[in-house]
Write a protein that binds this ligand. Structure first.
Ligand code: ATP
Ligand code: MG
Length: 310
């Protein structure tokens, strides 16, 4: 556990206050060649999951992608909720073409990419398409080859996962460098978050997993939820999960969704936006210090194509 209990409480107070939480960091991309002594690094893949549906995974994924982009990173967001994808909708884009067209051979991957800011793009997966719901990335080598090419020059690949722990979701979670679990204070969400961590740990015991507690109302909420999950993980899985951040319950989130504008653009200074900005800054900082710059570090797509069937 990196953040102490006091850190968590003070972070929530800062978010709820009207102050800038932390100084704006320098804007540099980890891919910038040796600028300021920073070595080029491989793309970091972060899968955003949570087990339970409707806990805020897609909102976190879209807004963190934009914030990481604002910090100077090249980011791509893969909407891996195949068949029920909606990350594009959250950005006010209704994509004409999606992964289904690539699978059918009608489009190339780069033709379906939608740019949502100069350095952030979304890879849409299509909604209301039953055939896509059975799609498994790891079993489609043609798509994987195209995805791997697309990864070049990316600092971050964020993957917005579907709810549940089906084989296709688990395959993505195991292949990603890091998993971010979104949980809310509801007991059903806490139980599902633990169940997801258990499934991941069965296949990848060392996988870095962090927790974002969403829809927090009281100062103690986030701490309580994180502690409950981490204690169960400690006890039954003999490992730790890291506390990444919290997002307050904020009516502006719903307003932004209705307006089909990402929250950080719709209401940049609302408490939930400030919280998401803090989370993005954490990810940005951690990545710069933790990335494996060696060529031997496998990409997400390599991991996915070489992993054992789940
Ligand atoms: N911090 C928040 N405050 C208030 N409402 C929120 C917050 N986070 C999410 N919501 C509400 O929850 C809804 C669902 O969010 P989102 O689509 O991101 O969840 P999801 O986990 O991706 O769902 P699914 O499992 O269906 O993919 C949003 O449309 C919004 O109304
Ligand atoms: Mg979603």
């Amino acid at each position: 556990m990196k953040n102490s209990t006091n850190d968590q409480a003070s972070t929530l107070r800062l978010i709820a206050s009207n102050k800038t939480p932390i100084d704006a960091p320098e804007v540099t991309s980890p891919h910038s060649d040796e600028v300021g002594g920073v070595k080029p690094v491989k793309t970091r893949s972060l899968a955003i999951s949570g087990g339970k549906g409707g806990v805020g995974k897609s909102n976190l994924a879209v807004n963190v992608a934009l914030e990481l982009g604002s910090l100077g990173n090249n980011v791509s967001l893969l909407d891996a909720d195949f068949g029920l994808a909606n990350a594009d909708l959250l950005c006010g884009i209704s994509s004409k073409y999606h992964l289904g067209h690539v699978i059918a051979g009608a489009k190339q991957l780069d033709e379906i990419l939608v740019r949502v800011s100069p350095n952030v793009s979304i890879l849409p997966s299509g909604s209301g398409i039953p055939e896509l719901s059975k799609f498994s990335l790891s079993e489609n080598s043609k798509i994987l080859t195209q995805l791997k090419k697309m990864e070049h020059g990316l600092d971050f690949l964020l993957i917005d996962c579907a709810a549940g722990v089906g084989d296709s979701v688990t395959g993505v979670l195991v292949a990603a460098d890091e998993v971010v679990i979104v949980a809310t204070p509801e007991p059903t969400s806490i139980v599902d978050a633990y169940a997801t961590i258990k499934v991941i740990s069965r296949h990848a015991a060392e996988k870095p997993i962090s927790i974002v507690v969403n829809s927090v109302i009281g100062v103690g909420d986030a701490e309580k939820v994180y502690k409950q999950i981490n204690q169960a993980v400690n006890r039954f899985l003999s490992r730790d999960v890291h506390f990444l951040g919290m997002i307050p319950s904020d009516t502006q989130v719903t307003n932004a969704v209705r307006d089909q504008t990402p929250l950080v653009r719709y209401a940049p200074e609302t408490p939930a936006s400030r919280a998401i900005r803090l989370i993005a800054k954490q990810i940005h900082t951690q990545t710069r210090s933790a990335s494996d710059p060696s060529d031997s570090a496998k990409s997400f797509w390599d991991q996915l194509s070489t992993s054992e069937p789940i």
